[in-house]
Ligand binder design. Structure first.
Ligand code: TYD
Ligand code: MG
Length: 454
């Protein structure tokens, strides 16, 4: 008889180890290993090897035209790559309280209005609580089936009996399978539950949305374990105290991962923000030093954001540097380039850089605006609030071209900007038709001259 074996799993990333370790070698988190019994069915080793399959020729495979279900929530449809692919499995991750349940209930509302059979399974809330939330969201034209259940086998039976078109599981961490010894939310439970649901989705063509919580403490298995298994991973992020929420896709088998959806949490659920630029720039100071507006491409859509910098004399031996909304190392790098190429000594200055609005931007086309904001604050020269700046800065102090400059310029025009500083390499004759005054720069000296001369 096989011995009952136990294995240690990192609750953060799912790393498996035969013995306990203090630090996970994969994700470097401390104290995340928990002992879990391993049963025969765990870890998805269920596939039968006896069924012999013949390989098929690529050219001989017939595909039907991909059909997508539009939810009617444009911001979500775009992030999904144009709608939901039937039979796919979508993970929605995010901090507790960010709005995952709200978003999915709104999806249920929209899809049930299209007379689709929708199933909402909650392991966290009572029927009454779901009803209260539904009342806040608004009227449901058609009904949604609700179930409060955490036992996966019961869930499986009900789904197979009812055969809905779409199922929401809120959340995967509350689901458990009886024959696995470990607690709900542990890596083996989460992995096994996802496996079972995945099987249901693929064999019956049922779309399944699963909610996954992210906790830093590593008490509940992070959805990292699931990311490899599902088709699409969406992350809901944003400051808890700010009203807006950003929905990003980090993995999508059926679309691009660059797209971002913007929502606002209102009294009656999540509202789409169709024009994020206007939203991001609201409340901006006028003609203040250290504030510069830039434009970045978020997928196929340009978005204007304000970069702020505060540079002041340090009171410490070591200057303080902070970066909110962008990479800290990138800020240090840009400051080093400014020091070296412009001969400005920033070594005795504290510097705080912030992207207003709480978004996180990884696009290097923001570099030039960061440099401008730093220079503007250091020199105490206000930058016109009708000026926008974009471009990537290299280590030699050169300003490099960015993609889709034309779209960024058009977005600026739309919002009433009248001047734009951009990489010279992006200037092309077509742009002369622009209503804006365009100034191409080649390196940091150029931008320094423009800033100090204005
Ligand atoms: P919820 O969807 O429960 O978050 P999650 O499932 O990610 O944990 O949303 C929780 C927050 O949203 C809660 O603080 C209340 C707020 N909220 C609103 O502000 N307006 C609304 O219409 C709804 C439904 C929720
Ligand atoms: Mg919830």
């Amino acid at each position: 008889m096989a011995k009952n074996r136990t294995v240690f799993f990192c609750q953060n990333c799912g790393y498996e180890s035969a013995k306990w370790m203090g630090q996970c070698p994969a994700c470097r988190q401390w104290n995340t290993f928990v002992e879990e019994p391993v049963t025969k069915t765990a870890s998805g080793r269920q596939t039968s090897r006896t069924a012999s399959k013949q390989p098929s020729k690529l050219s001989g495979i017939q595909t039907e035209k991909e059909e997508r279900i539009k939810t009617g929530i444009d911001e979500l449809d775009r992030v999904l790559g144009g709608g939901i692919v039937p039979g796919s499995m979508i993970l929605v991750g995010g901090d507790p309280g960010i709005g995952k349940s709200t978003l999915l209930l709104q999806v249920c509302q929209k899809l049930s209005a299209q007379h689709r059979k929708i199933f909402y399974i909650s392991g966290e809330e009572s029927l009454g609580q779901i009803k209260l939330r539904a009342d806040r969201i608004g009227r449901f034209e058609d009904d949604v089936l609700l179930l409060c259940e955490t036992d996966l086998e019961a869930v499986e039976n009900v789904i197979l009996k009812e055969r809905p078109e779409m199922v929401v599981i809120d959340s995967i961490q509350t689901m458990y399978k009886n024959d696995i010894g470990s607690a709900p939310g542990s890596v083996s439970q989460v992995r096994e539950s996802t496996n079972v649901l995945m099987n249901i989705a693929k064999t019956n063509g049922i779309t399944i949305f699963i909610v996954g919580h992210v906790t830093k403490e590593g008490v509940v298995a992070g959805p990292r374990v699931l990311e490899h298994m599902v088709d699409t991973v969406l992350y809901f992020e944003g400051e808890r105290h700010a009203a807006y929420r950003l929905l990003r896709s980090v993995k999508n088998r059926f679309g691009s991962t660059n797209e971002m959806g913007v929502f606002e949490m209102a009294g009656e659920g999540l509202k789409e923000v169709k024009d994020p630029s206007k939203y991001m720039l609201s409340g901006r100071p006028e003609n203040a030093s250290g504030s510069v507006v830039t434009c970045v491409m978020e997928g196929t859509r340009p978005m204007m954001v304000e970069v702020q910098a505060l540079v002041c004399r340090t009171n410490f031996n070591m200057p303080r540097r902070t970066a909110a909304g962008m990479d800290y190392n990138r800020v240090n790098l840009l400051m080093a380039v400014v020091e070296k190429r412009l001969g400005i000594s920033l070594g005795s200055c504290d510097a705080y850089v912030n992207i207003a609005g709480g978004v996180r931007i990884n696009d290097p086309s923001i570099d030039l605006a960061v440099v401008c904001a730093i220079l503007s604050s250091y020199k105490n020269i206000p930058v016109s609030d009708r000026l926008m700046v974009f471009g990537e800065v290299g280590l030699v102090g050169e300003v490099r071209a960015v993609r889709q400059a034309q779209l960024c310029i058009r977005e600026g025009e739309k919002l009433g900007f009248d001047r734009c500083i951009l990489p010279k390499a992006n200037m092309d004759p077509q742009m002369s038709a622009s209503k804006m005054l365009l100034q191409g720069v080649e390196n940091l000296q150029d931008i320094y001259k423009i800033l100090t001369a204005q």
